[in-house]
Design a protein around this ligand. Structure first.
Ligand code: NAG
Ligand code: NAG
Ligand code: NAG
Ligand code: NAG
Ligand code: NAG
Ligand code: NAG
Ligand code: NAG
Ligand code: NAG
Ligand code: NAG
Ligand code: NAG
Length: 636
């Protein structure tokens, strides 16, 4: 699978950072023909701007943290102004009612419906210094979903002229953190208050852009989901307006953050792809995961770095689909952080790295508690700041949010979500359970049972000539390790069934254990039901479940056929494994769905993670006819 690389623009950018810094500095200090001049500016700054030969005395206290977050700059040899002084200049030069923005520092504001706020990003700020490159996430230029390559493609407003060479790329971004509320009585489905608008003017004539501002050099962009981000190639001051449309149905104010940066967007959103996947859930919890964060192998440094990231870089937010309070804030990190029902600081989210599943690549997992049964939720992948640090002075300090996905919790309480097992470490799904059993006890019952069966298998395998000399080995292509691995996958998937609601009507599900009463004591189904007469449906596939766990009736997602095929292919014939055929195959195993839906159980499954285009080797395999003793035991 090819990975997308950093865009050429970004790589060039990084490589020539030092050179650019110097150029920009020179450019700002030596006025060039056509330099807009200072006609517009208020008296103080023309003095400061033109005299770079003397330290500029200022009577404003410079906050200490500014010194720390802004690396020492050397704009040019004949200038003695320091970065802190530049910042103070900026603040003093802003016209009344206009707030000057500093590089990578968000300004917060509260704006009422019908109001407009004004900001500027002065040309002094364009001169840098740019922030030092940070390590970022391991190998993030290799990975489509971690890299920020998308942010460079929004450059609709970039100048297409020779001037662009002298210009600095400026990222302007804003997030809405809270919104006005509905005044009218709550409607069934509230579409949310109107989105704010961002106005940017590069024209000296329009220093306070807002609704009604028109003309060359003025751009307007609507917020979407409480977020806006845009790129400009700027040479002079940028004037910014944030405007809230009028709307009588809502009252209160918007809280927002706005920031400008010459490094990267301060606030980020990826509104097109979720990169968050539903593994499984029960009536009160859910397990989500990212896609693989790297395709490298376990001995690779990037792989090792990923697995040892502590804490892991991503977080999640979840919110009931039926609750409208986050509508209009879906792309805003601060909006979700303040309003989502489920978030990490609420102690409802446990995060960790795992390499479970297909090919054992690193990924981050999110175990979420505190959910309601039979409810659908939006899940958002997010990153706080740059993952290790957030807030002002941090490049990308405003955080990032990916597109929402959705998932639904189970209705009944006799399926329990388990993960992080010791032996069957790749198991992560809901299993038949009983509400009276604690999760650790439940995990122990399943895991020790599987481990003891495996022990007996190991004894049998030990009697087969394995890693001896090639002539006596059962196959040149497969080793006993391959067989042991295939057996473990098959064994865990088959002895630890994947559980679904008994009330679910999905056709690929198989009713199990219907002869037992429901866990609430209700007699299950009619005594004369044919389901009661079949071993296949009146019991579980594993007697331990009915006897020790007593889950009552449930439905099972059958193990995938290719688990059996892999087993037969990888193990010596002497072990007597073979897969059933035709009707019997369909009775014991399920088939994978092409669209990535989980229609059969395999270890590492996550909904719609391996969708379209996934080749399924298992289908093409021609199998032996004999139904082995082993397979028979587990068919039921
Ligand atoms: C995040 O930013 C901080 C401060 O700018 C920096 O020290 C750190 O290395 C950055 N983290 C990553 C993962 O790049
Ligand atoms: C930019 O200029 C080049 C060459 O002058 C032209 O081919 C291209 O279409 C222009 N792009 C835009 C977005 O105007
Ligand atoms: C949630 O919304 C769906 C569809 O709008 C509706 O069928 C369901 O009853 C709602 N659930 C709750 C708990 O309100
Ligand atoms: C659970 O349901 C209750 C009652 O309907 C509701 O108030 C609460 O917000 C819901 N919580 C979640 C996390 O969905
Ligand atoms: C859940 O997500 C799927 C796929 O992205 C989408 O088709 C479906 O409409 C979503 N459901 C809701 C209730 O938003
Ligand atoms: C493993 O083999 C031993 C001896 O053959 C047998 O007593 C035991 O029941 C077997 N364990 C399982 C879980 O089948
Ligand atoms: C017991 O649980 C079953 C299945 O969840 C449900 O259909 C039934 O209505 C419940 N009975 C009572 C008395 O709650
Ligand atoms: C399940 O069905 C079989 C075959 O009809 C029968 O022998 C067995 O007693 C049934 N089990 C239960 C628990 O009803
Ligand atoms: C087995 O199931 C598949 C679909 O799951 C179906 O196409 C096939 O015809 C079934 N085979 C038999 C023998 O029932
Ligand atoms: C997950 O990542 C793999 C490997 O990079 C890729 O092939 C696959 O398309 C991704 N899946 C989704 C749903 O994005």
């Amino acid at each position: 699978m090819p990975c997308l690389k950093l865009s050429p623009l970004q790589s060039r950018f990084a490589a020539s950072l030092a050179a650019t810094l110097l150029l920009i500095a020179l450019y700002l200090i030596l006025p060039y023909p056509g330099y807009p001049g200072f006609a517009y500016a208020i008296d103080v700054d023309s003095i400061i701007q033109e005299d770079h030969n003397h330290p500029i005395s200022v009577d404003v206290d410079i906050p200490h943290n500014l010194d720390e977050t802004t690396p020492e700059s050397a704009p040019a040899s004949n200038s003695e102004s320091t970065s802190a002084e530049v910042i103070v200049n900026i603040a003093r030069r802003a016209p009344d009612g206009v707030t000057a923005l500093e590089n990578n520092a968000a300004e917060e504001g509260e704006i009422g419906l019908g109001e407009t706020h004004h900001f500027m990003f002065p040309r002094e700020a364009l001169a840098g210094p740019k922030s030092d490159p940070t390590p970022g996430l391991p190998g993030d230029d290799e990975n489509e979903f971690i890299g920020d390559f998308l942010s460079d493609q929004g450059g609709l407003n970039r100048q297409n002229s020779t001037l662009a060479k002298r210009a600095t790329t400026v990222y302007i971004s804003a997030n809405v953190c809270s919104q006005p509320s509905l005044t009218a009585t709550r409607e069934a489905r509230d579409a949310g208050p109107p989105q704010l608008q961002l106005y940017v003017s590069r024209s000296e004539e329009t220093q306070q852009p807002g609704p009604g501002s028109r003309g060359p050099g003025i751009d307007m962009k609507n917020f979407a989901g409480g977020h806006v981000s845009t790129i400009f190639d700027a040479e002079g001051d940028l004037y910014i307006g944030i405007s809230a449309p009028r709307n009588d149905r809502y009252s209160g104010k918007y809280k927002y953050e706005i920031a400008a940066s010459i490094d990267q967007p301060f606030h980020k959103a990826e509104p097109n792809v979720p990169y968050l996947f539903f593994v499984d859930g029960d009536s009160g919890s859910a397990l989500l995961q990212t896609n693989d964060t790297t395709q490298t192998n376990p001995d690779n440094e990037i792989y090792k770095k990923w697995m040892s990231l502590d804490p892991p870089p991503f977080t999640v937010f979840a919110h009931n689909i039926n609750d409208s309070s986050i509508i209009g804030l879906e792309n805003s990190f601060c909006g979700l952080k303040a309003n989502a029902q489920i978030r990490k600081d609420g102690d409802n989210v446990q995060i960790s790295m795992t390499n479970r599943g297909d090919k054992n690549k690193p990924k981050e997992q999110f175990y979420i508690k505190g959910l309601n049964k039979s409810s659908s939720y939006y899940g958002f992948l997010a990153m706080e700041g740059n993952s290790t640090k957030s807030g002002n002075g941090v490049v990308g300090g405003g955080g990032k949010v990916w597109k929402a996905m959705n998932f639904t919790t189970k209705a009944e309480n006799n399926c329990a979500l388990i993960h992080n097992l010791d032996f069957c470490s790749d198991v992560a799904y809901a299993v038949p359970s009983n509400p009276s059993l604690s999760l650790p006890d439940l995990i122990k019952l399943y895991d020790t049972h599987a481990a003891s069966l495996y022990k007996n298998f190991s004894r049998s395998l030990a009697q087969i000539p394995c890693n001896t000399d090639p002539k006596s080995q059962y196959s040149l292509a497969r080793s006993c390790n391959d067989c042991a691995a295939a057996y473990k996958q098959w064994l865990c998937a088959v002895t630890i069934p994947r559980c679904a609601d008994y009330s679910s009507t999905q056709t690929f599900l198989r009713p199990r254990n219907v002869a037992q009463d429901f866990t609430n004591g209700t007699t299950s189904i009619e005594l004369d039901s044919p389901l009661r007469q079949l071993v296949l449906s009146n019991s579980s596939r594993n007697p331990m479940i009915d006897e020790q766990i007593k889950p009552g009736p449930y439905k099972e997602v059958l193990p995938c056929q290719d688990l059996c095929h892999e087993l037969v292919q990888n193990c010596p014939a002497a072990l007597g494994f073979s897969c059933p055929e035709g009707r019997w195959l369909n009775a014991s195993y399920g088939a994978k769905s092409e669209n990535g839906d989980v229609t059969c159980s395999y270890l590492g499954a996550a909904y719609f993670l391996n969708g379209v285009g996934k080749t399924w080797e298992g289908l093409d395999i021609v199998l032996g006819v004999v139904v082995g003793v082993w397979a028979l035991v587990w068919m039921l």
